[in-house]
Design a protein. Structure first.
Lengths: 343, 344
């Protein structure tokens, strides 16, 4: 009897593990295919062999320019920003045990945007400064909201409400900057209102790439503790997790990723919100959804960008598409959460 | 018998400091009006002010400026009053201290409908905006409230705010999506969006007045019933209040007011939240007094914000919606921090 139960548990675990690996693998494949499509599609469609030749450094008439200077940076921007938004959002959602508590809703991305727009319009700063400012803005907002919410006793609900209040102020500030800005600065700043991959340049993407490469292993290492945090504060403490330290490290790393992604592409709506829940649904429970969430982020950003570029007569920036795709899901999730009374 | 009469007396009693508060508010209102006439990118002296106001034949530059500012100020007062009362109604209907047209996403709903009107129906006059904005505001309000009130505990502040924020996010994506391919719409809409009260004109005011009158009447008529409903729906029903009808009518009044104000002045947030909160703190929960006082303090806050915006933004101006967000959002945060955990 005992043996049988053990066996059942074991097989189901193996099954779940297999499913997790399969799904993650599948997501990686889809991401790769989308990356390929990003390089192939455009005003002129280049076949796979041409794209590969270009990537290997050969000169192909026409293709070299289009792929190297336009499509490749665009693809890289989408790839890394998508991963950063997805993984960072997942960390937030898991840590705060609420899918709605993501950087988008509680105003951290708006903090990054506000700092970046300020640098572009008022200081006429270089790209490096803009990136740093975006990070500082995001971190400062996160810390500020956390301190305000901590107050008497910490509650997620309070954190979200305060975040929304801060966001209203930051948005007003951005609007003000847009009004006083020179007309030729506005297009650059406009990107900060709805994310876009247009005009991505490889030179501006290095900070993001670097941070994603550094932070992902850190997050993976801490993801184990994150799962324990998920069990609740007390349970985690009794399992020997230093909850405060873990939380601070997780917040800082994920805000870094999200802020740099915001600096590179603007706040692409809903990615950090959607990726986590979708990934969890696909890979099932019991495993860290960090990498799957990042991959889903990549898929969403690249797919939405392809849709935005080619599905309609006008080209829409990726943020508009993800906003419209993400919205029904958000509403659905809200309804479900409200029904369950989790809030 | 005796106890009921005591109860009745107590119910009809005016809040103790009502007269003092209303006097204070009226004085403040006067000061704001004066400031709104005098300050701006160009200061106007006393003689010019009087000339412009009372000598219609005076043709100096200053006199003309004053006449412009008179229109602006009246428009501002009306918008502020409408938004203040709208906030009071919405907070009472949703039984929620932070219900405000901007937080519930109602403004964005109005925006979306106006954009659709400009883009697809070739609408360009305020007469037509106003109905679209009201329709948009109403549909959004129902939608947000519907989602926010699902599940246990009804419409708690957190649920409503999240539903509002989510809906706002969706609607503004749609607004951008409609605007991007149409540059002419973007231009027209940008003016509406920046709107501010500077766009006020006599036409806008005459268009606005019927809405304000109807909205205010609805507010005053439903106030006693809403007071009863504050004690709980069961008690209200016991007192002979038709809760469903009252709720719908009062919500309609609130949406009418904020929809009309949004249509004419563009999205302005937080006035309802601020005005009603301050008033409730000072004179207590009786809606019959809160409503007129909210109208007064809404007008004061909006006019004050507008003056601040003109001074800070000089020589041009800072749109009033930006100023109100800066004053209002900290109040929202304060309310949240003070609120008890269970209330969220």
């Amino acid at each position: 009897m005992m043996n049988e139960t053990m066996k059942m548990i074991k097989t189901s675990r193996v099954k779940r593990k297999r499913r997790f690996i399969m799904m993650t693998f599948l997501m990686a494949i889809i991401s790769l295919v989308l990356c390929g499509l990003m390089l192939m599609l455009g005003n002129t469609i280049y076949p796979v062999q041409d794209v590969i030749k270009v990537l290997l450094g050969e000169q192909v008439k026409g293709a070299t320019f289009a792929v190297n200077t336009i499509r490749f940076p665009r693809m890289v921007a989408g790839l890394f920003a998508g991963f950063a938004f997805g993984a960072g959002g997942y960390i937030f959602q898991t840590m705060l045990r609420n899918p709605l508590a993501n950087p988008n809703v509680i105003g951290i991305t708006t903090g990054s945007s506000a700092a970046a727009v300020f640098c572009i319009i008022v200081l006429n700063a270089s790209n490096a400064v803009v990136s740093i400012a975006a990070v500082m803005g995001g971190l400062a907002t996160a810390i500020f909201i956390y301190l305000l919410a901590k107050g008497t006793s910490f509650s997620i609900g309070r954190l979200i409400l305060i975040g929304i209040g801060i966001q209203a102020m930051l948005t007003a500030f951005i609007n003000y900057l847009m009004l006083i800005g020179d007309t030729h600065d506005i297009p650059a700043a406009m990107r900060w209102l709805s994310g876009s991959l247009n005009g991505a340049k490889l030179a501006n993407l290095y900070p993001l790439i670097l941070i994603v490469c550094i932070c992902t292993p850190i997050l993976m290492y801490f993801a184990k503790r994150l799962e324990m945090l998920e069990l609740g504060e007390q349970a985690a403490t009794s399992l020997g997790v230093n909850t405060n330290q873990t939380r601070v490290i997780l917040i800082i790393t994920s805000v870094l990723m999200i802020a740099l992604a915001t600096a590179a592409t603007g706040p692409i709506a809903f990615i950090s919100f959607l990726a986590g829940p979708i990934a969890k649904k696909l890979v099932g429970v019991g495993f860290s959804g960090l990498i799957p969430a990042g991959l889903i982020g990549v898929i969403l950003v690249l797919a939405a960008d392809l849709i935005g570029q080619f599905a309609f007569e006008t080209r829409y920036p990726v943020g508009v598409i993800t906003g419209i795709i993400g919205a029904p899901y958000l509403i659905y999730l809200l309804i479900r959460i409200n029904r369950k009374g989790d809030l | 018998m005796k106890s009921t009469s005591v109860l009745e007396k107590k119910q009809n009693m005016m809040p103790r400091n009502f007269i003092k508060v209303s006097l204070l508010l009226i004085i403040l209102l006067g000061l704001c009006i004066l400031a709104s006439l005098v300050f701006g990118s160009r200061m106007i002296g006393w003689t010019d002010l009087l000339n412009g106001l009372f000598h219609s034949e005076a043709q100096s530059h200053e006199a003309n400026v004053i006449r412009q500012r008179v229109v602006r100020t009246i428009f501002c007062l009306l918008c502020g009053a409408a938004l203040g009362v709208s906030g009071a109604l919405m907070q009472s209907v949703t039984r929620n201290p932070i219900a405000d047209p901007s937080i519930l996403g109602v403004n964005t709903g109005a925006s979306l409908f106006v954009v659709c009107g400009i883009a697809f129906l070739n609408i360009s006059s305020a007469n037509q905006y106003i109905w679209l904005a009201i329709a948009g505001a109403f549909i959004t309000a129902i939608f947000v409230f519907g989602i926010g009130s699902m599940g246990r505990g009804g419409a708690t502040p957190l649920k409503l705010v999240l539903a509002g924020a989510a809906t706002s996010a969706i609607l503004s994506s749609l607004v951008v999506a409609i605007m991007i391919p149409r540059t002419n719409v973007m231009d027209q809409f940008r003016f509406w969006q920046v709107g501010s009260v500077g766009s006020g004109s006599w036409d806008a005011i005459t268009l606005f007045i019927p809405f304000i009158v109807v909205g205010l009447l609805i507010a005053l008529i439903t106030a006693p019933a809403l007071n009863a409903m504050a004690l709980g729906d069961d008690v209200a029903t016991g007192l002979g209040v038709r809760t469903g009808t009252v709720r719908i009518v009062a919500a309609l009044g609130g949406v009418l007011l904020c929809g009309a104000a949004t249509a004419l002045a563009g999205p302005i947030g937080f006035i309802g939240l601020l005005a009603t909160h301050i008033v409730r703190l000072v004179i207590g929960p009786d809606l019959r007094y809160i409503i007129p006082m909210s109208a007064l303090s809404g007008a004061i806050i909006l006019t004050f914000s507008d003056v601040i915006g003109r001074l800070l933004g000089s020589p041009s101006e800072l749109e009033v919606g930006i100023v109100t967000a800066f004053i209002g959002a900290p109040i929202l945060i304060l309310i949240t921090m003070k609120a008890k955990m269970r209330a969220i």
